[in-house]
Design a protein around this ligand. Structure first.
Ligand SMILES: [Zn+2]
Length: 158
């Protein structure tokens, strides 16, 4: 019997930070603030996976107070979660994630993002959905103050 988990995350857009989404660096004047690389899309995916197996959230496993995670690629979080899933006998069925941001267009980076997530989690990219939508100018994503992401993950006993 499978299980599902949900993840949501939001980060502020600030100058002087690299923009990293789905494990891929994207040219941009602003990047996402955060202790790690601020990859909002991967953080939502991480929380969805942790939720699906009844674990606590990403902040519990990779706290801001721990200097080990300062500036690291969030792909490392997915690799750690992959090990946790494996230890507990779970296999990922699929992941679906949506980025909510006015810019950039992620189309040109989509396959690279799916490949990065696929490699970090050890699953085929056909099991990974990544999409993006604008917020039609409304709210913090609409005003370009930040980006948000939502994800669901489905797992089954391996
Ligand atoms: Zn985050």
């Amino acid at each position: 019997m499978g299980r599902v988990g949900i993840g949501y995350d939001a980060h502020r857009l600030v100058t002087g930070r690299k923009l990293v989404l789905g494990g891929v660096a994207i040219p941009s004047e602003k990047g996402l603030h955060g202790h790690s690389d601020g990859d909002v899309l991967l953080h939502a995916i991480a929380d969805a996976l942790l939720g699906a197996i009844g674990e606590r959230d990403i902040g519990h496993f990779f706290p801001n107070s721990d200097s080990r995670w300062e500036g690291v690629s969030s792909l490392i979080f997915l690799e750690r979660i992959r090990e946790l899933l494996h230890r507990k006998g779970w296999a990922i069925e699929n992941i679906d994630a949506s980025l909510i941001a006015e810019a950039p267009k992620i189309g040109p980076y989509l396959e690279e993002m799916r490949a990065a997530v696929s490699q970090a989690l050890g699953i085929e990219s056909s099991r990974i959905g990544i999409k993006a939508t604008t917020n039609e100018g409304m709210g913090f994503p609409g005003r370009g103050e930040g980006m948000a992401a939502m994800a669901v993950a489905s797992v089954e006993k391996a």
